[in-house]
Design a protein around this ligand. Sequence first.
Ligand SMILES: [Fe+2]
Length: 235
Amino acid sequence: MEIVDISPENFVYDYDIINNDKDHFDYYKKYYNLHTEFLRPLNIKIDINLFEKEIKQYHTKFRRWGDNRNHLPRYGISLVNYDGNIDGKYDIACGPLDQYNSGKHHTEHLWDDAFTKKTEVFYNLQSMRPLDCIKNFLVRSTINLKHKHGNFVPHFDTMPKPNIQNLRLWGSNTSKGIEYKFLGNTVIDIEPGRLYLIDTTQWHYIISHKDWVYTFFIALNNSQETFDWLKNNLI
Ligand SMILES: [Fe+2]
């Protein structure tokens, strides 16, 4: 960079760009006003007994979760994906999107907000009806399944930036047999079936120490309506 005049009276401000910067500061504050803890319980609860019975009809349609860590028993099936189809050869929603986007076989990058079509799993399972109250906000969402040793190594999923257009919810069928940590802290007192607003800007990991651990991996768009709904439905 060139040597310049540093006297403040000679600096020429561009207020269009300064105002654009303001959007970033405002969104950061808005994001962390809502995400005051790693997990915040929401007024949505899935009936786990019913879910575990119902999901069996789809056990033959689960896919491997991505293809980058095939040494682990990690699977998924879509509630909301790109085309509403769970029978296609691939389902991009069922795997890490950063990994998909880094692939060389396509040029278009896809993020959670590009996935808006609900699947038959969403519509057919009675146990998913508690999600109807957020159906207008849902984007890429899956049911994940891990057996023993299934894990997600330490990572973060999102950033508090206005162009990262998703907010994440999380829930599990069990509070036992999973090791879940964020910023070095241990997640305790998970209520099975409860959906939580989750702050995945924080580094976290999860390891399953037993079989048949389901997680509800739900994303919502980041509209003002979604923020308002979440604020009103925290418990
Ligand atoms: Fe994550």
